[in-house]
Ligand binder design. Structure first.
Ligand code: OVM
Length: 405
């Protein structure tokens, strides 16, 4: 940002960079500093406000008429800067446009659709785990490449009806889009380079007439047309699913694998009762939120917990910090699949809450359930590597040893 606004009087200043490699590697000290600084803090590096406590994050998410999305949910204010791609009709929109797009999306992407695909998603997960043990009853794998990424990539593209070729573009494209919410740092530059090469394939897959007939993409396009959206809008609506639907679930499953491996008593509880798979995945999204942060833009002067926020301000919501706010959670830093994790804001809250969460949960439940029924022991046998991203938190690699039940 070229013109960083001056620090407002009376607001605690936290002079740290949330998007530095150091902070992204270990964000928890910053999360605590922000929560303890006050209900709202000021980040002078970027000239933006920050909320990291549960109540204030929920307040901002809830008051979508004041804290708007249409001016972008990254650092950039779309009223001042040109978006890097045509804005999302869901994520980067406000009512009534958002309401219409969301209605079209949920007319296809809903619990009924999830029930129809559940068996197939579960079968694929079961087969994937069985195949790992084809070599023997103890195997060493990269938990990311061979499970966390392999599973979503084996169910999601077919569900959408994507071309058989070019699917390797999905992850780099998502990586780019999530980095683009942050500042133009080295992560942003690198992601734009690799993601930029993936973009033409993504755009092509979204064109009306391209997704396989009968699959989600084609049905979404039909519903979009029925609702009066033009072909560009129909394509852009499908683009949301291709952008937000893969990296996120890969990171969610990767985080679950790592936490279950690191907490043998939690793994034992899951093995004992595999119906806990869904709860285990939800606790993972609370504990290590794949989407760590989102911005909103203050669209009219307002006040949050006694702090005045002027129109035009950007405000950074630390979803991951809210998910561990001791004001709201008991033992927030404890990974506990038996806790009541519902109410976490890892999928957001309110009108913009994740449309895809029903599929994320289905994928998490199916894969963790398949593992719980087939694997006796899961161990981390090497140093996991993080994949740094301005918005996402997740593992790049996760060396695991699995022992068959
Ligand atoms: C979108 C979208 C929605 C959620 C997250 C996201 C890149 C994108 O509608 O394109 O992250």
């Amino acid at each position: 940002p070229l013109d960083v606004p001056p620090a407002p009087a009376g607001v605690p200043v936290v002079d740290r960079d949330p998007f530095s490699d150091e902070t992204l590697t270990d964000p928890y000290p910053l999360h605590e500093t922000l929560r303890e600084a006050g209900p709202v803090a000021w980040l002078p590096r970027y000239g933006v406000y920050a909320v990291a406590r549960y109540d204030e994050v929920v307040h901002v998410l809830q008051n979508h008429e004041i804290f708007v999305s249409g001016r972008g949910v990254g650092l950039s204010d779309y009223q001042k800067e040109k978006p890097w791609r045509p804005p999302s009709l869901l994520l980067e929109a406000d009512p009534p446009q958002h309401t219409q797009a969301r209605k079209v999306a949920t007319s296809v992407f809903n619990p009924k659709t999830m029930r129809q695909i559940r068996e197939e998603f579960q079968d694929t997960a079961n087969r994937m785990v069985d195949e790992l043990f084809a070599e023997g009853s103890t195997v060493e794998i990269d938990g990311v490449a061979e499970l966390a990424a392999a599973y979503p990539l084996s169910v999601f593209p077919d569900f959408i009806g994507l071309s058989e070729t070019g699917r390797e573009n999905l992850l780099p494209y998502g990586n780019m889009a999530f980095n683009a919410f942050g500042p133009q740092n080295h992560l942003y530059d690198r992601a734009m380079e690799t993601g930029g090469q993936a973009a033409p394939w993504i755009v092509e897959q979204c064109v009306v007439g391209t997704p396989k007939p009968g699959r989600f993409g084609a049905t979404l396009h039909e519903r979009a047309a029925e609702a009066g959206l033009d072909e560009d809008e129909a394509a852009r609506l499908l683009r949301s699913f291709l952008t937000a639907g893969v990296d996120t679930t890969v990171h969610g499953i990767g985080a679950a694998l790592r936490e279950l491996a690191e907490h043998p008593e939690q793994w034992a509880a899951l093995r004992q009762d595999p119906s806990k798979a869904r709860a285990a995945f939800d606790e993972t999204v609370r504990y290590m939120a794949p989407v760590q942060t989102f911005f909103r833009t203050v669209n009219e002067d307002t006040e949050v917990s006694g702090v005045q926020l002027p129109e035009g301000s950007k405000i950074l919501m630390f979803l991951a910090a809210a998910n561990r706010d001791p004001r709201h959670w008991e033992d927030p830093d404890t990974f506990d699949i038996s806790r009541q994790a519902s109410g976490h804001v890892g999928f957001g809250f309110g009108i913009h809450s994740c449309v895809g969460q029903i599929m994320a949960r289905l994928e998490g439940e199916c894969l963790l359930g398949a593992l719980a029924r087939r694997v006796a022991m899961i161990e981390v046998v090497g140093e996991p590597e993080l994949q740094l991203n301005n918005t996402l938190r997740g593992w790049e690699s996760l060396p695991l040893r699995l022992t068959a039940a």
